[in-house]
Design a protein around this ligand. Structure first.
Ligand code: NAD
Length: 511
């Protein structure tokens, strides 16, 4: 494999890298060494020396100091620097996209798509830097003016999951930066090299402008560095992406100190297909949604709810399509599905399938770990379709793997009932050519998810909309729309330009 993309990103193959940057990388962090392993080949790509709690402390202290300066830079000027960060990511898109594939296992097209999300977020944030609007209100008191304005928060902690090793940081970091915050990133230990490469790209641009430390990286163990971040009162907002289990803990610890959280947690996303749907669209969307990123997207399609009349055709065509999916090294041409992230993920998928069978599920396609040849070195599985019943408890869990549970229903009402019966509430979609069905699905008696689509799949959201989900998905919203408000504090201001002091609610006090 041509690995010149690694040197383009400053990654030495087999080398030992620093996992701590406060605008420039620390020489010798004091934490444990973690290995970055390619899930496709089992090969150690490079090693990373993590942060100790003491280094975390130093980085936060310096980040606070940088915040005091950064918040004074006019927002459009901050935006102009973020625009340059976007350009720097454009220049490294291919190399960084390949590193995402190598380290995380998604195919190169998806790896590059992830970097494109960072670029898109930069563009979005540049526009935002001339907005960040507050409202003005009419005061009930004469000669008074009321308005609200938005101020930066401070140091924003960003915890990211392995499956989007750079895009999720981009969603948070670019918005936070134009809002006047500084960022402290704790990435997943499974994808340290991608975070180092992304951090280096941002560091170079920020250093050119004398603003080292607006973005900081602290790769460290969850149990010490992670916990220090959660408990840290100097970090007013913790934006955390990961499993519901992790989110419950993060939510509790940060709430204990009355800090803010922005939680982006697990999903159990469903596609509903009505008899009047266009089958061609359904098959393509479900294939991408369930098999893309080997089912390791938070928005992956995990449940397919088919109306009786169309069910046989869709099921047959999907099985045919699954047969064509080439599983292999994600950097190879023609491969549609790479490996799972590690052996544990393979075991969890196999355990879920055993459970599904016990609960009455029938495997229609796949179901196995792939072995032999190149498969022996990595963590490869077959994309899998399971015929399911609505009473199967396993279908209400998020198994982070390419397992698709297929249900058959009588009508839209039953489909929505199954769709909403899970604890998670991230993404959902319906395929129908009937306006009434589409609108019912989108209405308050329809999908209970943060994302609801018509005639497209559950995954592959654009950055312009606010992204996130309800219920156990955590309620956070990131990226587009007005998600920026989470990164700022709102101040309501009332100004008296008269000569009297009228009180609100008409109260007279001592006069
Ligand atoms: P995970 O929960 O194992 O880890 C996520 C991150 O949390 C990692 O960086 C981890 O180190 C950190 N973490 C764990 N315990 C911590 C602690 N005590 N203190 C501080 N940090 C801690 O998740 P994962 O396996 O990396 O990712 C897969 C999960 O993420 C899935 O459930 C998926 O649905 C979810 N996810 C959600 C979204 C979304 O936007 N809703 C996006 C991507 C992934």
């Amino acid at each position: 494999m041509d690995d010149s993309f690694l040197s383009d990103l400053g990654i030495r193959k087999g080398g030992l890298h620093s996992g701590v940057s406060h605008g420039s990388f620390l020489e010798q962090p004091g934490g444990e060494v973690v290995e970055s392993v390619s899930p496709a080949t089992g090969e150690i790509i490079a090693k990373v020396r993590q942060a100790s709690v003491q280094e975390y402390e130093e980085v936060v202290k310096k980040a606070r100091e940088v915040f005091l300066e950064w918040r004074m830079v006019p927002a459009p000027e901050r935006g102009a620097i973020v625009r340059e960060i976007g350009d720097a990511f454009r220049a490294k898109k291919e190399s960084l996209g390949k590193l995402v594939s190598l380290e995380m296992g998604k195919i190169a097209a998806e790896g590059m798509g992830e970097v494109q999300e960072v670029i898109d977020m930069c563009d979005f944030a540049v526009g935002l830097s001339r907005q960040l609007y507050g409202l003005s209100m009419h005061s009930e008191r004469p000669h008074h003016r009321m308005y609200e304005q938005w101020h930066p928060l401070g140091v924003v902690g960003v915890i990211t999951a392995f499956n989007f090793p750079v895009a999720v940081w981009g969603w948070n970091a670019m918005i936070a930066a134009v809002c006047g915050d500084v960022v402290l990133w704790k990435p997943s230990h499974s994808t340290p090299l991608t975070s180092i490469a992304a951090q280096r790209i941002a560091d170079e641009v920020l250093a050119r402008h004398g603003f080292q430390g607006v973005m900081n990286l602290v790769i460290g163990r969850s149990r010490d560095v992670g916990e220090a971040l959660l408990a840290d009162r100097r970090v007013p907002l913790v934006s955390a992406t990961g499993s519901c289990r992790m989110g419950r803990h993060v939510g509790k610890v940060v709430a204990e100190r009355l800090g803010r959280t922005l939680l982006e947690l697990g999903g159990n996303n469903a596609v509903l297909v009505m008899d009047d749907a266009d089958p061609d669209l359904v098959v393509r969307a479900v294939l991408f949604g369930a098999v893309g990123t080997a089912g390791q997207r938070c928005t992956s399609t995990r449940r397919l709810i088919l109306q009786k009349g169309i069910a046989p055709e869709i099921t047959r065509r999907l099985v045919e399509a699954y047969k064509q999916v080439k599983v292999g090294n994600p950097l190879e041409e023609g491969v549609l599905m790479g490996p799972l992230i590690n052996e544990l993920a393979v075991e969890q998928m196999m355990a879920a399938l055993e459970e599904a069978k016990k609960q009455g599920g029938e495997i229609l396609y796949g179901g196995n770990k792939l072995t032999g040849g190149e498969y022996d070195k990595g963590f490869f599985v077959e994309p899998t379709i399971v015929k399911a019943r609505k009473d199967m408890a396993i279908t209400r869990e998020e198994t982070f793997a390419p397992v698709l549970y297929v249900f058959e229903v009588e009508d839209l009402e039953e489909a929505v009932e199954i769709q909403n019966s899970v604890d998670q509430g991230l993404s959902s979609s319906i395929f129908t050519t009937n306006l009434l069905s589409a609108e019912t699905f989108l209405s308050h008696k329809g999908s209970d998810c943060g994302i609801a689509n018509v005639n497209l799949g559950t995954s592959g959201a654009e950055i312009g909309g606010a992204f996130g989900g309800e219920k156990d998905t955590g309620g956070g919203r990131e990226a587009g729309s007005d998600a920026w408000k989470a990164y700022m504090r709102r101040q309501t201001c009332t100004i008296n330009w008269g000569k009297d002091l009228p009180l609100a609610q008409g109260i007279h006090f001592g006069d």
